[in-house]
Write a protein that binds this ligand. Structure first.
Ligand SMILES: [Zn+2]
Ligand SMILES: [Zn+2]
Length: 257
């Protein structure tokens, strides 16, 4: 099997003007173990008897309409020198944000639901209302505009929930990393790498290696294949990884000295 290996995660950091990097190789073994578990167990409830119904965590979800997704592994060293392996899935798994044994997202999930659910209902209701008035009516145009504004506001409110932490002990928001006026792509911060790095930074873990691989049915554009490693995405992760990796090297140097 050919391996499209990214070898290293590189990202420019606008906060210190340096490029920060993290190698793939130290995480390769742990990533292959995770692949083996997915293959053998055919579910992702790997560490715990979670309260989530097991059928929702089956991997057959990755071979259906939703297709596959990215998984990530971050090998870290604890303050007392132990090695730990963090793992993540990109976005939600079958509509679920938090699963025991997998790192949590960059926002408070309960806050997300409290914000998203009522507003989403409102947005859907406006869509249905617009469908029920004649196409030529000015009211329809108004309803659709209202819906568009609401969706945009909701997206902005959701993005405001994200808190990014780095190895310099700094915290920032998505708005700090995307230039004003430039839209933040949907799903920014939900990829494996940002979830893993943020989680490690909060807990004072020292990352040694990062690997992201695809698992499941090949994606629509056929750019992702099961079992292969891929570099971090450019559009969503490109602007935020520099910040998230910041402070890594200094910490590593301190460990060596
Ligand atoms: Zn990404
Ligand atoms: Zn930096």
């Amino acid at each position: 099997m050919s391996m499209l290996s990214p070898k290293i995660t590189n990202a420019f950091c606008s906060s210190c003007g340096d490029t920060h990097s993290l190698a793939l190789e130290p995480a390769l073994h742990a990533a292959k173990i995770l692949m083996g578990q997915l293959e053998k167990k055919k579910h992702i409830n790997l560490d715990s008897d979670s309260t989530i119904p097991p059928q929702e965590l089956q991997t057959d979800y990755l071979y259906g309409k939703a297709r596959g997704k990215m998984f990530g592994v971050l090998v870290c060293r604890t303050r007392d020198g132990k090695e730990v392996v963090l793992k993540s899935f990109s976005g939600q798994y079958n509509g679920i944000w938090e699963i025991k044994g997998w790192v949590s997202p960059l926002f408070d999930v309960q806050k997300f639901y409290r914000l998203n659910n009522p507003q989403e209902k409102q947005i859907k209701a406006l869509g249905r209302e617009a469908d029920n008035v004649s196409i030529s009516a000015g009211t329809r145009k108004n309803l659709l505009q209202k819906r568009k504004n609401l969706s945009r506001q909701l997206m902005k409110n959701i993005h405001a929930l994200y808190k990014l932490h780095n190895f310099r002990g700094k915290q920032c928001s998505l708005f700090d990393l995307f230039p004003e006026g430039k839209g933040i792509p949907t799903g920014t911060g939900d990829c494996c790498a940002p979830k893993l790095l943020n989680y490690a930074a909060i807990r004072g873990l020292q990352p040694l290696g990062l690997a992201e691989f695809y698992w499941g049915r090949t994606n629509k554009s056929a750019t992702r294949h099961e079992g292969l490693f891929y570099p971090a995405c450019q559009d969503k992760c490109g602007p935020i990884l520099g910040f998230l990796l910041c402070g890594l090297e200094t910490k590593e140097d301190r460990c060596k000295n």
